[in-house]
Ligand binder design. Structure first.
Ligand code: NDP
Length: 325
């Protein structure tokens, strides 16, 4: 088969569409015909070597498709089942061997493209609002890059829980998208003073929680936006990593809490994976949550998708579509 292969670290050009061995599933695995693949920021870190992996490798952590064979030790799935996954490398391919305990069933009303696009960012938004800082009605949250993939989903999950959302964006189009997703206050952090704008939006109180997927450029100002005993969840670093900092800053800000969470640690058991995915799928099916697909690209054009994602011009999910056999 042909898959996207990374043979050396580098820019989007190192994503090469080339021959790669067919997957050989183990007894506890499913063989899947892939219908859609989600592109995520972490894929750019694997490609560039910020998170280093042995070469060559097929990147990509999420997707959805149809089961075409079932390993002898797998009891729960059958040929023809529609499944989705996150957290399994090798997803930029037309076929994948997936451990059965990574697979979740896709409920019928959802398309496989929606399922492929919601897993990683949807489950991330879910663990951030339910488990990292369990929000309650009446809270106020600051969401950075509110029109991004995770950002649009976070805004919706927060609004659905009665939280007032202050969202940051870098363009007028992104401001519209974040408002439509539920952000009550929008801040243009590319040109306005973040702390002043957050204080104006919250009548000087600050926010209970900051969800920060931007990192380097937002960290310090974000701390100043928190209420006493507020929490900052730095879940990403789209602008670069946060450097080392003096913990006294947390004391000065009012016994603040900073955490750096990962989806892996919030989907550690099958029960947790299924709980989160069934709630996210359920919200999609009922219409409480909607997924914005920014664009879809043929699998062979993965490099173009990475260029777009890193250019800061996208809003929502980017999908790769393998050729259908
Ligand atoms: P987005 O779709 O949010 O894209 C990144 C956004 O960040 C951009 O659109 C842009 O929005 C903003 N941004 C600010 N500065 C920069 C910059 N210098 N370069 C590029 N973008 C910038 O991406 P995702 O939703 O996929 O991911 C967001 C972050 O969350 C990533 O760092 C990702 O790795 C992380 N993540 C972490 C997870 C976890 O479990 N810890 C899981 C999922 C994602 P704007 O133009 O409005 O500023």
């Amino acid at each position: 088969m042909k898959a996207i292969v990374v043979s050396q670290s580098g820019g989007p050009e190192v994503l090469e569409y080339q021959d790669w061995p067919e997957p050989a599933p183990l007894p506890d695995e499913l063989l899947i015909d892939v219908a859609g693949i989600g592109v995520n920021f972490i894929d750019t870190y694997h490609r560039s070597g910020i998170y280093s992996l042995p070469h060559p490798f097929v990147p990509g952590l999420e997707g959805a498709g149809v089961v075409t064979s079932v390993g002898a030790e797998v009891g729960e799935f059958a040929v023809g089942d529609r499944v989705a996954w996150t957290g399994h490398m090798g997803s930029y391919a037309p076929r994948i061997a997936l451990p059965a305990d990574k697979a979740v069933r896709v409920p019928q009303p959802l398309s496989l493209h929606e399922a492929a696009g919601i897993m990683l960012q949807g489950l991330t938004a879910h663990y951030l609002v339910t488990s990292v800082y369990a929000v309650k009605a009446g809270d106020t949250a600051l969401v950075h890059a509110a029109a991004g993939g995770v950002g649009l989903l976070l805004c919706q999950l927060l609004k659905n829980r009665g939280v007032t959302v202050v969202g940051t964006v870098s363009t007028a189009e992104k401001a519209q998208a974040a408002s439509a997703a539920g952000a009550t206050h929008i801040i243009r952090y590319d040109r306005d003073d973040l702390v002043e704008a957050v204080m104006a939006a919250t009548e000087g109180h600050g926010v209970d929680v900051v969800y920060d997927g931007v990192g380097r450029t937002t960290f310090e100002a974000g701390l100043k936006c928190l209420k006493v005993r507020g929490m900052m969840a730095i879940f990403g670093q789209a602008s670069g990593p946060v450097g080392s900092f003096d913990p006294q800053l947390l004391n000065d800000g009012g016994s603040l809490v900073v955490t750096r969470p990962s989806l892996t640690h919030f989907t550690r058991t099958l029960e947790e994976l299924r709980w989160r995915s069934s709630e996210v799928f359920g919200d999609l099916v009922s219409g409480k949550l909607s997924l914005t697909i920014h664009d879809s690209y043929p699998l062979a054009e993965a490099a173009r998708a990475h260029l777009d994602l890193e250019s800061r011009s996208t809003s929502g999910k980017l999908l790769l579509l393998p050729p259908q056999s």
